[in-house]
Design a protein around this ligand. Structure first.
Ligand code: ADP
Ligand code: 5GP
Length: 211
């Protein structure tokens, strides 16, 4: 069957556990590659070229835009951010399922451009659990947490556009479910047209003669 990789978009509210889930998915299974974005912003302390981001100058980034070298890109406050096509396409053709951890607006842009992309939205079991995770992570002030929750409320309006909702209650169960969904997607009839046609042809040969 077809083992070309699947472009897999993972979105979800801030603090729901996307980063944690993606890390475990990459640790536990060989099937995945994580897309690394390019940006023109300066590296923060501890960030490494090719690990958090590929760091580019503005001129380099604009040359890449002119060459249509991005799956998508956007400009936030003075800086460009984008998903380089080359890495994504190389990994897909190696048969790796490429994970893009991205926000909802970008996810919908990708789905338009790549209708074959699989979109997963990670949700908390309840709104209260989401709030507790943001507090528990301890990386943001009370004010920032409140604004993230407001933004999450806005994002919740777009959840229905995703192919799958996956609940992150017990982490290991969630990671297993994400893996199961992506791997089941490979078995879809529509992703295996060539294989099916070959098999149909081969099977039709049994109709000829007594063989
Ligand atoms: P995101 O990348 O979606 O913003 P994180 O991966 O940073 O979220 O997770 C937010 C916090 O929730 C972290 O402190 C993480 O350890 C915790 N967390 C993630 N998944 C679970 C889970 N299933 N149960 C309990 N805590 C979790
Ligand atoms: P930061 O500078 O904090 O690493 O990221 C700032 C913002 O850029 C975040 O909202 C992040 O989601 C977004 N971002 C990171 N990579 C990409 C990308 O490849 N494409 C787009 N459109 N946004 C990105």
């Amino acid at each position: 069957m077809n083992r070309k990789g699947i472009l897999t978009v993972i979105s979800g509210f801030s603090g729901v556990g996307k980063g944690t889930i993606v890390k475990k998915l990459l640790e536990n299974y060989q099937e995945y590659a994580l897309s690394i974005s390019a940006t023109t912003r300066a590296p923060r302390e501890g960030e490494q070229e090719g690990r958090e981001y590929f760091f580019k100058t503005k001129a380099e980034f604009e040359t890449m835009i002119a060459k249509d070298a991005f799956v998508e890109y956007a400009r936030f406050v003075e800086n460009y951010y984008g998903t380089p096509k080359e890495y994504v396409e190389e990994k897909l053709s190696e048969g790796k399922d490429v994970i893009l951890e991205i926000e909802i607006q970008v996810a919908m842009k990708i789905k338009e451009k790549y209708p074959d992309a699989l979109t997963l939205f990670i949700v908390p079991p309840t709104p209260e659990v989401l709030k507790q995770r943001l507090i528990g992570r301890g990386t943001e002030s009370e004010q920032v947490i409140a604004s993230r929750l407001k933004r999450a409320a806005e994002e919740a309006k777009g959840m229905s556009q995703y192919d799958y909702l996956i609940v992150n209650d017990d982490l290991d169960t969630c990671v297993r479910e994400v893996h199961a969904v992506i791997q089941s997607e490979h078995l879809k009839n529509s992703r295996n047209t060539e294989f099916r046609k070959k098999l149909e042809y081969g099977m039709s040969q049994f109709l000829k003669g007594d063989k």
